[in-house]
Design a protein around this ligand. Sequence first.
Ligand code: HEM
Length: 526
Amino acid sequence: MGLREVEWQPIDLPTRLVALITNNRVWRSVFRFAYPSSDKTRALIIPAVFFLHIHPLKVSARSIRLTYTWGLGLFLFFLFGIETVTGILLAFVYVPDVGRAYQDVETMSTTVAFGALLRNIHRWGAHLMVLAVFLHMMRVFYTGAYKRPREFNWVIGVMLLLLTLALSFTGYLLPWDQLSFWAITVSTNLAGYAPFIGESLRVLILGAKEVGQEALIRFYVLHVMLLPLLMSVLIGFHFWRIRKDGGLAASNPLPRGAQAVRREGAEAPAAEEDDPPESAEGTLPMPGAGARQPEAPAGARAVPTARVAVARKQTLSTWPNLLILEIIAGLFITAVLVLMSMAVDAPLRDLANPDVTENPAKAPWYFVNLQELLLHMDAALAGVWIPALLVLALMALPYVDRDLSHAGEWFGTRKALIITIWSAVYTAVWTTALIVFDEKVGVRSIIGDPAIMPNWVIPVGVMVGLSAILYVSILPLRPSRREVLMAYFTAFIVVYAQLTLVGSFFRGIGMHLVEPWNLPPGGLSF
Ligand code: HEM
């Protein structure tokens, strides 16, 4: 029998391998759907997969532009995830006991495999999160994305901002070194200045009159349990509200003619037309998230809807357009953090010693601005009244600005941009001048008596006076209420940033002004 010629068949090994892995009951019990390859399956998979179902089927192209969000909310989400994972790993080594906490951190940095990297990632990640939460709040403010129906999500956001600060602050004490001990001592002293309840409040935070074992265990429990739990719940709520509010504010552009008539009472058009309004599923519609057009006041000409119609058409399917961006944001922020952590080690100074006061003893950088204020006015005013009023003002902001026009647009008008720049310059110049004046001349050396003058009357007078001048200076531009708010919000951000920079880099021994290169060793606030 002669040899038979066999036609050569190439074996497609990768395809066979994939089939071998995926073509069985175990795989299919976990991954119930094949990789979506058509528009229809890409849409169907979103509500069907647990990790995706928070997304709408489609998103507006405008809302996922990088220059709209700058990915900051996503960075925050991923940073929180990274902090959770690295924090859990660190907890395997760390014991919150004043007798060994410092030693544990040292062991982690020197002996445990990848321990130093892990600690660095956790530490720098916390700082990045504080920075990102402020930047995200600024992005939301300057794009007017807090307006109806998103006011309450802004309030949730303010709570998330406070939680981020609290998480970072409680973690600050845990290494139990001189930096952490004195930073927490200085910061909790601020709470002690609250009228009537100050001392009780301080004892409530510290569990004792001074920073010690009671404070360490309290901060630890708050840091690893209560605050992360609250944060997870609030982030979930924040995302759910974004979805129920009709996506991001940039999804709902108004036709130009409608800008002027879009006042309180008018409703925002829904963002994702293929994302059925809640009522379709039998639940109550969210006010303001319906698909109706804004109602023009009686007598107004019917508003052209062409631009809305065009914008609605510009929707993209979530898979892959949004999902790819999410993956890129996650990878990018992880890469930044890992590189940063490889380059710079987290500080660990000497073991905490209540008998050796650090000079300067600084609060963590995001509170050093309050410490800076404290140098110029009464402690209760700087440490309690001003921060409390600012938080209340931030929460009230969307309820004060009720004009719905320009939501989801950076600055909205050219005039608003001019006012913002003017306010930033005005505030920066005055803040610098006042800090230098108080250091070189000193209000107390001019009017020291009675003490109420330099402590309360003059600082409050200066703040109210400068705010009034800022208002009068923008009046010729005939600003809207939103533009006035922009001037004040910008002033707040500039003062916060400037006091942080001065407190962190320009305050040396005795908290006197020095050039950054003359700071004493350990003079930084982070
Ligand atoms: C840990 C804290 C936070 C996380 C993880 C978070 C996450 C997010 C994400 C992922 C988005 C989608 C758009 C984007 O990526 O920018 C978003 C939107 C939003 N966030 Fe946050 N956020 C946080 C804190 C805040 C804060 C401090 C505020 C304001 C005070 C805020 C107010 C809002 C509002 C109003 C929106 C809707 C914006 C729009 O419609 O354009 N969030 N947030």
